[in-house]
Design a protein around this ligand. Structure first.
Ligand code: FMN
Length: 170
């Protein structure tokens, strides 16, 4: 499958079968997260694989958006490693994690594993629940699993603005 086909076919899965995700597929997804580009190659990502009952039930206490996924990644960054923009206000942490998570999400699709990106949680509560060190900032959960038979893309999956609305050629 070529890249655009993969990108078009991926969708946010909101109902998973209980089928576990094979270790080699998880390894491929984690490898994609590992090799993602980051500002100044500082590699601030810290990826937590949640698959024990205890970890998943903690996640359920933080967000309603696990949707039965048997595995979630909690993607955080080390605030001591991020690039600080000139001006001193902004840093690259969330951007870096956006790329790390996109690598993981598309690698999952390439492995035939469904996923959903989840921001609907309180990062401070997540850091506390999972005992993250003080310098780590959670950015998102990534649900991973196999879609339940009745699951499928929501209507909004194909609702993308036309190129002319989002792109300007100068
Ligand atoms: C940054 C970001 C945050 C998201 N947070 C959530 C979330 O908390 N819960 C959820 O169910 N879906 C979440 N999604 C999934 C989006 O709702 C979904 O990607 C969007 O509606 C387009 O649908 P599609 O991915 O099926 O094409 C998130 C997606 C992104 C990119």
């Amino acid at each position: 499958m070529d890249f655009l086909e993969l990108a078009r076919e991926r969708y946010s899965c909101k109902k998973y079968a209980p089928t576990p995700v094979e270790k080699e597929k998880l390894d491929a997804i984690l490898e994609a997260a590992r090799i993602a580009p980051t500002a100044k190659n500082s590699q601030p990502q810290r990826v937590y694989v949640l698959q024990s009952e205890e970890a998943l039930s903690k996640a359920d206490g933080l967000t309603p958006c696990r949707y039965g996924a048997p595995v979630m990644l909690l993607i955080a960054y080390d605030r001591d490693l991020v690039f600080h923009y000139p001006g001193g206000v902004y840093d690259s942490g969330a951007e870096d994690m956006g790329i790390v998570a996109t690598h993981a999400m598309l690698a999952a699709a390439a492995e035939g594993v469904d996923s959903c990106w989840v921001n609907f949680f309180d990062p401070d509560k997540a850091a506390k629940a999972f005992g993250l060190p003080e310098n780590e900032v959670p950015v998102l959960f990534l649900d991973l699993g196999y879609a339940a038979p009745e699951a499928g893309p929501l209507d909004n999956h194909i609702k993308r603005k036309p190129l002319e609305e989002t792109t300007t050629w100068l």
